[in-house]
Design a protein around this ligand. Structure first.
Ligand code: NAD
Length: 464
């Protein structure tokens, strides 16, 4: 964003630009998506560099979880957008005979996208793809906690898109507060539950539709029938990727009492295989984002319960992959979302107890079960509520662009990815076109002697 222009001026310029209709043709949207795709490819090294500078994220993870994911989504959107954006013919109701009905996908107008720091590139650009595909103008608010990525994104966007089309506003609470006071047409927020509440309250003042992608404690259950070695590998990968700073990371494990010790041995071995004897020396293990989060996480580590890791180093913002054993719901680590490399193990004997405990807590963003007991898996899927669910896997539902990604209850409102991103950034407008060659007299007053006929018509409609 040009530093001289105020937020109010951006809104004004974007509104005027939107009403010129320039952003609406699908050909325009596809052209912008192609430009964005090329920019990402050209700047791949710079993006990886910024992510490394922000929290020592390695190049492999930067590509796998940020750049590569975005390229997949943008390519998929370019391929399918024409079909998605086409008005959809709908079967008309006989009650409206003769009519033809359809759904139009209207852009909202000015969309604000607020993103967090943990996947600072992907969680900014993925919703941007949806907003462009919907035909909107966009204001991006990257996280101030990843200043290198934020600055780079500002340079890339402002150097290649007009600010009346896509604008970047850098900053923190103050700037976001100001943005939230504006008459926007859609707000897409990814971040914590606490700030999600602030965003929703602000949106309520102007009745702005919101999508909230929030967090929470995502449980992972490992039962007696699981392939324990593979479960340990997939759980360690999902938990310690990005040093545990992943919204859908398994937050804690329910391990069946009968396999607890065997599972712990596998976890120990897998951690060694993945990050070596001293994970501090591993180039593949990132750091904690800042001192505030380092302190918050350090307080969660109860030394009496540590069975793996536990080492911390404030100067380097390093916390070792840490496993806590025999944890109960009363422990500090179970109070809030962990969002760091600490994995608590709780035990269970009966799956019904697990289900009832999970249902007493806020609905999680993701749930995982490792099991070969089909009935037990079915029971868990059908008797709990969560944003997403994986069986014998962690995180990977995020990758399928044909699956909607989002939370429920405390973990969020709405969803996106692929076609769902297009839907997220458009309003489904019902359009009815009525023919003029016939006009049913029944609906018009005077109603005298018409009720019997009306009931007959409703009877017919109910049978259709
Ligand atoms: P955060 O809520 O602190 O910040 C998110 C954004 O909100 C940032 O851009 C920040 O500048 C802004 N913000 C912060 N305080 C604000 C305030 N008082 N008023 C207005 N704006 C404010 O979240 P975070 O620490 O960046 O990210 C971590 C959280 O995000 C975790 O809870 C995690 O689970 C969640 N998350 C969710 C998803 C998802 O897809 N559901 C993805 C990533 C992260």
């Amino acid at each position: 964003m040009n530093s001289k222009i105020t937020i109010e001026e951006i809104i004004q310029k974007q509104r005027e630009y939107f009403y010129t209709g320039v952003t609406k043709p699908v050909s325009f949207r596809i052209r912008q998506l192609k430009i964005l795709k090329e920019l990402i490819k050209e700047n791949e090294k710079a993006i990886s560099g910024a992510l490394f500078a922000d929290f020592k994220k390695c190049e492999f993870e930067s590509f796998a979880t940020e750049i590569g994911m975005v390229l997949l989504d943008i390519t998929h959107t370019i391929k399918h957008l024409k079909k998605w954006a086409k008005p959809k013919r709908i079967r008309p109701s006989l009650a409206n005979f003769p009519s033809s009905d359809s759904i139009y996908f209207d852009p909202y107008g000015i969309c604000l996208i607020i993103s967090p720091w943990n996947y600072p590139f992907q969680l900014l650009v993925d919703p941007l793809i949806g907003a462009i595909s919907g035909g909107n103008t966009i204001i991006l608010k990257p996280s101030e906690l990843t200043p290198n990525t934020s600055k780079l994104m500002n340079e890339i966007i402002s150097g290649n898109f007009k600010e009346e089309y896509i604008s970047v506003v850098e900053g923190g609470v103050e700037e976001t507060g100001l943005l939230l006071k504006q008459k926007l047409d859609k707000i897409f927020f990814t971040g914590s539950v606490a700030v999600g509440r602030i965003v929703m309250q602000a949106a309520a003042n102007n009745l702005i539709p919101v999508t909230l992608e929030l967090g929470g404690k995502s449980p992972c259950i490992v039962d007696e029938t699981a392939k324990l070695k593979l479960a340990a590998k997939r759980i360690v990968w999902g938990k310690f990727l990005n040093a545990g700073q992943t919204c859908i990371a398994p937050d804690y494990i329910y391990i069946h009492k009968n396999v607890q010790n065997e599972f712990i041995e596998h976890i120990k071995q897998v951690l060694k295989n993945l990050y070596g004897d001293d994970p501090k020396l591993s180039k593949d293990f990132p750091r904690i984002i800042n001192e505030r989060n380092f302190n918050r996480l350090s307080e969660m580590i109860n030394p009496d319960k540590v069975i793996i890791g536990g080492e911390t180093n404030k100067d380097e913002l390093y916390i070792a992959p840490t496993v806590l054993n025999n944890v109960s719901r009363k422990d500090k680590v179970m109070e809030d979302e962990i969002f760091g490399p600490i994995l608590p193990l709780l035990t269970f004997k009966n799956i019904n107890d697990v289900i009832s405990e999970i249902n007493q807590h806020p609905k999680p963003l993701a749930m995982y079960i490792f099991s070969h007991n089909k009935m037990q898996v079915k029971q868990l899927i059908e008797n709990t509520s969560s944003g997403g669910f994986c069986v014998n896997e962690t995180l990977s539902h995020f990758v399928n662009l044909n699956l909607p990604f989002g939370g429920v209850g405390n973990s969020g409102i709405g969803n996106y990815h692929g076609k769902y991103s297009f839907k997220c950034f458009t309003h489904e407008k019902s359009v009815l076109r009525k023919a003029t060659w016939f006009d049913m007299p029944l609906r018009y007053p005077p109603y005298k002697r018409k009720l019997g006929m009306l009931k007959k018509v409703f009877g017919i409609l109910q049978k259709l």
